[in-house]
Design a protein around this ligand. Structure first.
Ligand SMILES: [Zn+2]
Length: 188
């Protein structure tokens, strides 16, 4: 497998015959001012060609039912593998979201496991950390446990007067009584 995606002479939209090698199997971030061609390169060149190449591997019957990818205007592009395109919309995630849930690949993985697992389970929901039967009993599938750090709250070796309560504002502190306002009796 190639270790780079090689692109030569990319002319999609406003790209001016761009030559580029993008390392594979790494997180690569493409930045640039608005209109510089980031989307033309990532979505309309790389993803389009990868989608086109993947569709070519299917028989026409399947191909007609898949999203249609038109080939980008590029001299050469190689080192591609199937791509997952996540659009630029804001992702409405929560504490239970992962890359898997947001891209929907998680649903397919659960399906594979439910079909191929030994012992056989059969229900893909049983492999979900959001399902009562599938989730980790310790963290309820959240991946982390929130607990009160009692030792940071209390020093059990001290009495209350000695400052056992460590939480700022809750210990025994001298109480400052605001001075009462006195009215001026001379001039009023
Ligand atoms: Zn857990």
């Amino acid at each position: 497998m190639a270790d780079h995606i090689r692109i030569r002479g990319a002319r999609t939209h406003n790209l001016a015959g761009l030559d580029l090698d993008i390392p594979r199997d790494q997180l690569v971030v493409i930045v640039g001012v608005s209109g510089s061609g980031k989307s033309s390169l990532v979505f309309d060149t790389i993803a389009a060609e990868a989608g086109y190449q993947l569709n070519e591997t299917y028989p026409p019957f399947v191909r007609n039912r898949l999203p249609h990818w038109s080939r980008p205007d590029v001299d050469l592009i190689e080192g591609l593998s199937p791509v997952i395109v996540i659009d630029q919309k804001r992702i409405g995630g929560n504490a239970r979201s992962t890359v898997g849930t947001i891209t929907d690949t998680w649903a397919y993985l659960r399906l594979i496991w439910s079909r191929l697992s030994e012992p056989h389970v059969g229900e893909s929901n049983r492999f979900s950390f959001n399902d009562a039967h599938g989730m980790c009993p310790t963290c309820s599938g959240l991946g982390e446990v929130v607990q009160v750090a009692l030792d940071r709250l209390l020093d059990l070796d001290r009495s209350l007067v000695e400052g056992a309560i460590r939480l700022p504002g809750y210990g025994l502190q001298p109480v400052l009584v605001p001075a009462a306002r006195r009215r001026c009796r001379i001039r009023c």
